[in-house]
Structure formats: C-alpha cells, structure tokens
Write a protein that binds this ligand. Structure first.
Ligand code: AMP
Ligand code: MG
Length: 436
C-alpha cells in the first residue's frame, strides 16, 4: 500500500503506461467489428468490377437515341435481357445499330452498348406510351424480338456505373489504425476480404466481492443486497469494446477469491474486481491479491492506493500471474465502481484494443443548480449529471452519495469539480465528461 496520495491524472497515467495494445491476430470479417486494423488493406479488384447499369431500362448506342423525343421516339429492336449475374447478353451478343438490350440494375452493360435509358423514358416495350415497368422479353417466343420506343436521348455512360469508379486495384481501402465499423466491414466484404489483421477485443473478467451479495433473481435475506457491480461493469466493459465475462460475486474469503481469480486468468487480458479495497475488517481483495499465480513472489504486482478523488478513493492496480495480466481493483460502492471504471478501466480497455483515442469526450457546460455545490478540498469530485447539448448546460442528478444507483441510471455525464475548488456557483462553466 502506497502511503502517498495519488492524483487522478497520475493514477491514470500509470495505468496507460503499463497497459500495452494486444498482439494482432487474423480474424474473420464478422468477428473484426469494432477492432483496430493493423494492416493497410489494399484493394485487389475494381469496384464496381465491371461497367453496370444503375437503373432498370435499356442498354443502347448513343447514336441510336440522339434526338429522341416523345413525338419522335427512337424505335429499337430488343435483343434480349441482361439481368444481374448475367455476363452480358446470352451468347455474348453485341448491341448493334438500331438495337437495344433490356437491362436490370446491377447487370453488366452488354457489348456494343454505351448508355442506359431508364425504363421511364421508354414505352417499356409495350408500344403503349411511357412506361413505369418493362414487358418481359424473356417471355417472347424464341427468336422473336420486341421493340422499344425511346423518348429521350442519352449521353455516353449515362446511368452506367463505371468499373473502378469506386475503387481501383492498388487503391488503399482502409489504412492501418482504422476502426472496423459497420461500413468498413461492408467495404472489406465488397472487395472480397474474408479475414483481416486486427488487434483482438480484450477479454475482461469482472469479479465482484462481498459476502452480502446475492444474484438477481434470488431471494434477499436480511443484510443482503443484489450484486449490481458485476452486471454494470460487465456491461460497461462490453460497451467499451471488450469481450466481457461476468464471474459474479465471491464471498469475503481471501482464499476463495484468490482461487477464483487464478481460475480466470486463462481467459483474461484484464481482470476487474470490485469491493474489498478499503480499510474495513473484511476487505479481502488486498489480502488475496498479494500472491495470485505467483506463490514464490509474495506482495506481487498489485499496488493499493489512496486517490485524491471522490468517489473512488481506494484503488488497486497492477498485474498478476506469470503472464502479468493487468488487474484493477475498484471500490465496492456502485457509483464509485462505475465512476472508477469510466475513468480508469475504460481507457485501459481501449488501450488494449490499440485505439488512439481512449478517453470519453469532454465539453464545458454551465452548471444549472439552485444553490452552490460544495466539494471536498484537495479531491477531484465527479458528480453525476444530465447534460443538455442544446443549451450547453448540465444539471446534477442525485447527490454525491456513492450508493445512489438510481441517480446514476438517470445520468449521462460526469461533472468534474477540480481539486482546488470547494464551491461551485450556479451558472459556472464546468468540465463535463460525456458518458454517451
Ligand atoms: P466494500 O468496498 O466492499 O466495502 O463495499 C462498499 C459498499 O458497496 C458496501 O455497501 C457494499 O455492500 C457495496 N457493494 C460492494 N459490492 C457491491 C456489488 N457488487 N453490488 C452492489 N453493491 C456492492
Ligand atoms: Mg465488501
């Protein structure tokens, strides 16, 4: 236990200094969502791979429709259909002078054609004036070809999506460091990539401690409360981008806790515990974590600290086991645990992921209160608040009590009161950490 009091910034810097991005792995595309790319992805094919129609209509030669109007339509012989998935006209047919091919959206422009006339600018092959649908030429008798009346001219390339107009072979699709979000997954799939090299999602194991804890769904006996921390922090870890595993509550017994954590190390890139880090008689986390996975090295790598912060004064941080898995021991009060998670664990998870930006966004907002807020001297206080973007104001939600779970659930921001400020007047501009 360090005797010095740590500032929030120093504790955070110590964590971010110690936690390194995970080693990259090759992941299936569907599993790479939310991960950071570690390779430059270069396109091997053109997108679109071939010239294709952006409309349902008729593939034509420009000269054949020059000057076409409703009064003087161009009448063209329809050779047949080109549907999406066809490789041009049947039998490699070519659209010659006076000819057209019926074409569907996404179908390749057949040989000889230079433009597409949307069906709305034709009679759709019906001989009955402007059309909104097309007559099915594929139903026409063998060898017979219908006619289409075209009412407007088209320039070369009209309604044609040119090959390579999106990307060309050799183009950089995504640079290393990009986050694979849904549109990036789409791009990777579109260029045919089945796997990508990324940093994996960190596996975060959440263990709550406390003999008073009961799992939701069970009956509460006297003196018992429901274990909310393991649920909240498992959810928060997932929200931060991790694969999170909720172990649930372990009783206040050092040996049980030690064995539980040791069992979990196999699937952990980060272990988070809650409770048992203050100075009470049953605060077993300190006792248990002095030798996890490292029997010959007592007093191993977890440092239990006092932080100049409220809530969240007691914190433990270090690494455990032969693999030196980082472990963060958070205080047990639900608000303290959650605020500690937001301030310290979330950035650590994002560092493990290899993200550049590990912090929540902050803004400055005017405090809306009826009376001045008081804050302890020498501590950075994090009050729960509700932020209004339109007016640029933030209103405190609930009080400073670190047991106020309902207020936390109504908050979407943390109001930061600096160490040297003991009173904040209504209307004062304050720093606000946005939680959503
Ligand atoms: P501790 O840090 O273990 O002394 O716990 C501080 C306070 O937080 C006590 O009132 C505990 O009952 C409460 N607490 C600890 N762990 C949890 C948990 N997982 N869920 C809800 N409350 C908890
Ligand atoms: Mg406890």
């Amino acid at each position: 236990m360090s005797s010095t009091i740590w500032s929030v910034d120093d504790h955070l810097a110590d964590i971010l200094d110690a936690v390194k991005p995970l080693e990259p792995i090759e992941l299936q595309l569907a599993d790479a969502q939310g991960c950071v790319l570690v390779e430059d992805v270069v396109v091997r094919i053109a997108l679109p791979p071939f010239d294709n129609s952006s409309m349902d209509g008729y593939a034509v030669r420009v000269a054949d429709v020059t000057g076409a109007s409703e009064e003087f339509p161009s009448v063209l012989t329809v050779l047949g259909d080109v549907a999406a998935g066809n490789d041009g006209l049947p039998g490699g047919g070519v659209v010659g002078p006076g000819q057209a091919a019926r074409i569907m959206t996404g179908a390749p422009l057949p040989k000889g054609a230079e433009a597409v006339v949307p069906v709305e600018w034709t009679d759709g092959g019906t001989g009955e004036g402007p059309a909104t649908t097309m007559r099915a030429h594929r139903d026409a008798p063998e060898g017979a070809s219908g006619e289409v009346r075209v009412y407007r001219a088209a320039t070369a390339g009209a309604h044609v999506r040119a090959s390579g107009s999106d990307v060309k072979p050799g183009d950089l699709a995504l640079a290393a460091g990009s986050v694979v979000g849904p549109p990036q997954v789409g791009l990777l799939a579109a260029i045919g990539r089945a796997t990508v090299k990324v940093r994996p999602r960190p596996r975060v194991v959440v263990v709550s401690t406390g003999s008073e804890l009961v799992q939701p769904g069970e009956e509460l006996a006297g003196g018992q409360i429901y274990d909310s921390n393991s649920y909240a922090l498992t959810a928060a870890a997932r929200d931060a981008g991790a694969l999170s595993y909720r172990v649930g509550a372990v009783t206040d017994d050092a040996e049980t806790l030690r064995a539980t954590i040791e069992d979990q190390l196999i699937r952990a890139d980060l272990v988070v515990t809650t409770g048992g880090v203050s100075v009470g008689a049953y605060d077993v986390v300190k006792e248990a974590l002095s030798s996890v996975g490292d029997e010959d090295e007592p007093g191993s790598g977890i440092d239990f600290r006092t932080l100049a912060m409220q809530p969240g004064k007691p914190q433990g941080f270090g690494s455990i086991g032969a693999e030196h898995i980082p472990l963060m021991a958070l205080p047990g009060n639900p608000v303290s645990a959650y605020v500690s998670f937001e301030l310290f664990v979330r950035p650590a998870i994002r560092r493990l992921m290899g993200l550049e930006e590990v912090h929540r966004p902050t803004v400055r907002a005017a405090l809306t209160t009826s009376e001045a807020l008081s804050s302890p001297a020498g501590k950075r206080q994090f009050l729960r608040g509700s932020y209004d973007e339109v007016s640029g104001t933030v209103v405190p939600v609930g009080g400073s009590g670190s047991h106020l779970i309902a207020a936390l659930a109504r908050a979407d921001a943390l109001i930061v009161v600096p160490e040297d400020v003991t009173s904040v007047e209504p209307g004062t501009e304050t720093e606000v950490v946005l939680l959503r």
